[in-house]
Design a protein around this ligand. Structure first.
Ligand SMILES: *Cc1c(COP(=O)(O)O)cnc(C)c1O
Length: 401
């Protein structure tokens, strides 16, 4: 074969970095990878300072002076910890449903015989604080023991206003505990546990915190620990009665996942070195670049944002609706195999109807532009209608800000 620069051989060999823009797990910074490259150590005396540092850093990111619990688990484990410690079987939790994750948190609650009442919502709109307030006002006997919401639903890319829901609970003068899933958005989006009266915040290591998958984290208020001391729901590993027997200190059950903790400590150090406000500003800038790009593509007539209200499109993930007769899997596979760009499929109601671009954690302008270029090329390859030049719109925005 005579190959020339204009007649190159076809190759399937991949070199260079793959652009991973899924909403978790996110890109793991080299500093985090390196922090895990070390031998294991004695888990009692040797590891205690690391466990304490992890909790100290997590408190700052949750913006709380109260307690933090850490588990060797996915976010689902931290979800479960939140439910089984503050709700007895038969007690009621009110869940404003605005997407796949609030729905599934409720499925988990039902598995523990917790009664679930949903405030039905539209998956294209955020949680409606007025609807929560109305339901709580009607609950004059205080049968509802907790309100559980999701700040950013990773399926829809929609942000809901946690502070407004807190105000709704207060306006109804209701004593329910307040549980908030921030797995998708902690360290991308402001979340103030103490100022907003959040009793349990639920997070994971593998999204905005830039750690490896494997840790579930909960912020736990004094009020939540008080309730945990009385709850009968069967539990052991996740029990706060055990873990906070000494109220001021979290006790880990069994061997701590040392490497996941070392990695996540490094990720949290990076977040705090950058500064929370800077972290939120960077996420806003890069997310807005993605939104400019998607809005430009959408002028081609085929694509739409899942979130109908521009003010509630999250800075963590963007979810894009495709035409009914188009299989987004084709786009995902093409982006991955031809352009080394990995984006996410739709979930729940939006399975087969959307693709999702994660933009959280270890990310800068050329990384997100590279991923957007990969997606735009894949749209061209598979013939998905779009107005070309979305990447330029993203560049124009970033260059100006
Ligand atoms: C990722 C995610 C979860 C689930 O976390 P896992 O670690 O996969 O169990 C739950 N809620 C939200 C909002 C998420 O983004």
């Amino acid at each position: 074969m005579n190959y020339s620069p204009l007649n190159p051989p076809k190759t399937t060999v991949k070199r260079g970095r793959q652009f991973l823009q899924v909403p978790g797990p996110t890109n793991i910074p080299d500093r985090v990878l390196n922090a895990m490259h070390r031998p294991a150590m004695d888990v009692y005396k040797g590891f205690t300072p690391a466990k304490e540092e992890a909790i100290h850093l997590a408190r700052q990111i949750f913006q709380t002076e109260q307690q933090v619990a850490i588990y060797a688990s996915s976010g689902h484990g931290a979800w479960e910890a939140a439910l089984v410690n503050v709700l007895n079987p038969g007690e009621k939790v009110l869940i404003p449903v605005a997407g796949n994750f609030s729905k599934n948190w409720g499925v988990m609650a039902r598995a523990h015989n917790i009664e679930v009442e949903e405030v039905e919502g539209d998956w294209r709109k955020p949680v409606d604080p007025a609807a929560v307030e109305e339901r709580l006002r009607a609950d004059t006997n205080h049968e509802i023991k907790a309100v559980a919401m999701v700040q950013v639903d990773t399926a829809t890319g929609i942000w809901s206003d946690v502070e407004a829901v807190r105000k709704a609970i207060d306006a109804a003068n209701h004593p329910a505990l307040f549980l908030v899933d921030v797995i998708a958005c902690l360290a991308t989006t402001d979340f103030q546990v103490d100022n907003w009266g959040v009793d349990v915040g639920v997070a994971g290591s593998q999204k905005g915190l830039m750690g490896p998958p494997g840790l579930g984290l909960c912020s736990v208020s004094e009020k939540a620990i008080d309730k945990a001391m009385t709850v009968d729901t069967p539990r052991h590993y996740f029990s706060w009665k055990r873990a906070f027997a000494d109220r001021s200190k979290f006790r880990f059950s069994g061997t701590a996942p040392e490497h996941a903790i070392w990695g996540t400590i490094e990720g949290m150090r990076m977040v705090l070195e950058e500064g929370l406000d800077q972290v939120f500003a960077r996420h806003h800038r890069l997310a807005e670049a993605v939104r400019r790009c998607v809005a430009h593509w959408a002028e081609g007539g085929a694509l739409e944002f899942v979130g109908v209200d521009p003010d509630f499109r999250s800075n963590a993930v963007t979810s894009v609706l495709v035409p009914e007769n188009f299989d987004p899997d084709l786009l995902l596979k093409t982006a991955d195999l031809r352009y080394d760009t990995v984006i996410a499929q739709g979930l729940g109601k939006f399975e087969g109807r959307t693709f999702r671009i994660g933009h959280m954690g270890e990310l800068n302008p050329p990384m997100i532009l590279g991923a957007l270029a990969g997606i735009e090329m894949a749209m061209q390859t598979v013939g998905l209608a779009h107005k070309p030049g979305g990447v330029q719109a993203a560049m124009d925005y970033i260059a100006k800000t």
